[in-house]
Design a protein around this ligand. Sequence first.
Ligand SMILES: [Zn+2]
Length: 88
Amino acid sequence: MKPKCEHTRTQVYSYLDGEMRYFGRIRIWWHLRRCPPCGDGYVFERRFLDKVRHDCTENVPQELLDRLSTFLSQQALDPPGAAPAAEE
Ligand SMILES: [Zn+2]
């Protein structure tokens, strides 16, 4: 696994929680689309969250689920427009 992959995976939870700074999010977003192993991991995270929402709704704050749902939808439909020029 490349160091950048490891870094990306450690940052996925922050990314999903929408609390990473904007440029950090762009970096992760860009990497996930250019690195299939990490992108697959991101898909897994989304499926995991869907399962949590389905099975354990009472244990997860609805506000957090709403934030995640909105954030992930925005990432899928309207990714950051500016091309991150310096990223590999
Ligand atoms: Zn990677």
